[in-house]
Write a protein that binds this ligand. Structure first.
Ligand code: FBP
Length: 326
């Protein structure tokens, strides 16, 4: 008797019934999964086809745009349009909010290829997304949603093809990819309580530019935990979810060249920080900004606003929050 794995669609249909979700969500998820698979194909063949280089342009954050960023953006907007379920999309690769279908049901906030410093080397990058739903009871003003109002958030680690999805009040689930490129075997992710596997993840070359309190906290704690840093949020947070510990991208406030200070942080709130914060909450963890304020409670004023982030196991986030609030 052949054994068949539970597929993502089976899992979502079960979830739908339990949470009386409609087929609309399934169609949107199908568009996001198709986007990630298509981007993965281009990334895997990127070196051969010469797509891993710079596109010779700068984006809304005044950063060098990679050819793959453009390809990933084009692919994602294509599939979101064809789903016909999206009102508008906020993307790292588009200065303006991308208006799609005013009759749509969802808002999508995404980073089509996160971890740009890894792209030229074909190393792991990520596709990050957050989803919010329109107001079905009354008028909809299209305002930018805080992370706590997302109904789902997820990430694909490219090119390893791992997919992790968090659903509001229904947990964070990791899916494996089978020989037919189908996501199967949903596995519930809960941050481990046992501190033995915990890791710290941050760009250590920035540590002397962090706030003194943060530098002291790292000096006191780093000998307790292993240190790992890939330089791509999706990859680093993928580990934090599995092993526990904390990923942090603190504010840069003591840089010898004051022009390089980033008191507001580096990562983008809506399609990077709120995405991992949502997934972390559903896996039993927590996430705060440089003032110790919960990331999910921050109401975005600008689609591309930045934030510092400390995300991971509750005891560690609580510990650093004491320092940040002092
Ligand atoms: P991009 O979206 O431009 O790639 O920036 C985000 C990011 O690459 C994160 O994935 C990663 O955590 C961080 O920046 C790495 O920054 P740094 O190279 O300064 O350590």
């Amino acid at each position: 008797m052949m054994k068949f794995e539970q597929t993502f669609n089976d899992f979502l249909l079960q979830h739908q019934e339990r949470h009386n979700r409609t087929h609309h969500f399934l169609i949107l998820m199908d568009a996001l999964i198709s986007s990630a698979k298509h981007i993965q194909h281009y990334y895997l063949t990127g070196a051969l086809k010469g797509n891993l280089g710079s596109a010779g342009e700068v984006n809304v954050q005044n950063e060098d745009v990679m050819r793959m960023d453009q390809i990933a953006q084009e692919i994602t907007i294509h599939y979101l349009r064809s789903s016909n379920r999206v009102i508008h999309a906020v993307s790292e690769e588009s200065k303006e909010i991308v208006q799609i279908n005013p009759e749509g049901r969802y808002f999508v906030y995404f980073d089509p290829l996160d971890g740009s410093s890894n792209i030229p080397h074909g190393l792991p990058v990520g596709f990050l997304f957050g989803i919010a739903k329109r107001n079905l009871e009354g008028p909809e003003d299209g305002h930018l949603r805080a992370g706590k109002d997302y109904i789902a958030a997820g990430m694909f680690v490219i090119p390893t093809g791992t997919f992790t999805l968090a659903l509001k009040d229904a947990g964070t689930w990791r899916f494996h990819i089978d020989e037919t490129m189908t996501f199967v075997r949903p596995t519930r992710m809960m941050l481990p309580e046992d501190t033995k596997s915990w890791e710290l993840s941050f760009n250590t070359s920035n540590r002397l530019t962090f706030a003194k309190g943060v530098q002291n906290w790292i000096a006191q704690n780093e000998k307790e935990y292993a240190f790992r840093y890939l330089g791509a949020l999706a990859g680093d947070f993928h580990r934090t979810l599995a092993n526990g510990g904390m990923f942090m991208y603190p504010a840069i406030v003591n840089h010898p060249n004051p022009k390089k200070n980033r008191p507001q942080g580096k990562l983008r709130l809506m399609y990077e920080a709120a995405v991992v914060a949502f997934m972390c909450r559903e896996a039993g963890g927590d996430a705060v900004d440089e003032t110790g304020t919960p990331i999910l409670g921050i109401h975005p004023k600008d689609p591309h606003q930045r934030t510092a982030i400390y995300v991971g196991s509750k005891p560690l986030v609580a510990d650093i929050t004491r320092v940040l609030r002092s």
